[in-house]
Design a protein around this ligand. Structure first.
Ligand SMILES: Nc1ncnc2c1ncn2[C@@H]1O[C@H](COP(=O)(O)OP(=O)(O)O)[C@@H](O)[C@H]1O
Ligand SMILES: [Mg+2]
Length: 321
């Protein structure tokens, strides 16, 4: 769907925002760009809809180089959600969502119907909210409007630049859950920027780790955990683990209880092990047996840890004794 071939963005004689990036993003994929501040994530994202021009290489959308597309069509046909809630303050919610359909000169009835549909989709009751101004909504609600606006003209591609990072943790988690649910239904190609590995693991089908303008590793969440290509990626992944650690990690919550006799011969880990320790052991072993007071009580798989890191509350609930 989106392809980068040896793409660079050089902003001075010897400095690159992005350097020699090769990427292939599949149709319907939730693709996450992650990296520290200044690693080139925003530049990579903005090159897709030509808000920033590359200085080398080519970007293709559906096999056509982006310079072949009419620049307005390209921007209108790609949804874009920013970190800074960027609604027009003087316009109503309805008008904010309808910006692109208006530009595309949709019929009024068609636009109205679409606004209703989108407001329902992102969890804002149309009759209550359509005539309000952005300032009358909470931060989380405003960001929902941002998502609705990006989806308004039914784009195949949606770009999201740290859309939830200005929100409080609870609102953020709710919006992540809703976005995942939405993505399952509408199957857009989403390129999502974050600097939070936990968020990346939760949302991404694949994650692209960037550092200093370069792609360090691209892979599914479990691949990054099992086979980090270098200490930088390993550190980033265990950073997510440390974050979880602080929230009182308990091995029992992610281990699958099993009778002793089914747990012979495998690698053993203590019930008191930290998540970081478990992660590093799981690089070499598919699964680990949990031992408590000298007794083997359960099994931990890579998948269970990944799901835990991803923070899907349903999974946690299920495995909780
Ligand atoms: N036009 C520019 N002039 C100077 N520096 C730039 C320009 N564009 C990007 N940069 C630099 O390139 C690097 C990557 O920026 P950016 O893509 O915004 O990173 P991120 O989104 O990962 O924080 C940063 O160091 C930024 O300061
Ligand atoms: Mg950025």
């Amino acid at each position: 769907m989106i392809e980068f071939k040896n793409v660079s963005m050089q902003f001075s004689d010897d400095r690159y925002a992005v350097q020699s990036v090769d990427l292939e993003i599949q149709k319907g994929e939730f693709f996450v760009l992650i990296g520290p501040s200044g690693s080139g994530k925003t530049t990579t994202l903005k090159m897709i809809n030509r808000l920033i021009s590359s200085t080398e290489g080519e970007i293709y959308i559906k096999g056509r180089t982006i310079s072949d597309y009419d620049i307005y069509e390209l921007r209108w046909d790609i949804g874009y959600v920013l970190q800074q809630i960027a609604l027009f303050p003087h316009m109503t919610i309805e008008e904010n969502i309808a910006v692109v359909p208006e530009l595309k000169q949709w019929k009024r009835t068609e636009t109205n119907q679409r606004v209703d549909e989108l407001m329902f989709m992102v969890g804002l009751e149309p009759t209550t909210y359509r005539h309000r101004k952005p300032a009358e909504l909470s931060g989380g609600q405003q960001q929902r409007v941002g998502v609705a606006r990006a989806l308004a003209a039914d784009p195949e591609i949606v770009l999201m630049d740290e859309p939830f990072s200005a929100l409080d943790p609870l609102t953020r988690e709710k919006l992540q859950d809703d976005l995942l649910e939405l993505q399952r239904r509408i199957q857009k190609t989403i390129v999502f920027v974050t600097h939070d590995m936990q968020e990346a693991m939760k949302l991404g089908d694949r994650i692209c780790v960037m550092n200093e303008g370069k792609v360090v590793q691209v892979g599914r969440p479990e691949e990054l955990i099992q086979h980090p290509v270098n200490p930088f990626v390993r550190e980033f992944v265990s950073g997510a683990a440390r974050h979880v650690d602080h929230q009182a990690f308990e091995l029992t919550t992610i281990s699958q209880p099993m009778p002793q006799e089914d747990l012979l011969g495998d690698e053993v880990v203590s019930i008191h092990a930290t998540l970081e320790e478990v992660l590093s052991r799981l690089v070499e072993h598919e699964e680990l047996v949990v031992e408590k007071d000298g007794e083997r009580i359960g099994l931990i798989t890579r998948q269970a840890v990944i799901q835990y890191l991803a923070g899907t509350s349903a999974e946690r609930g299920e495995t909780h004794e």
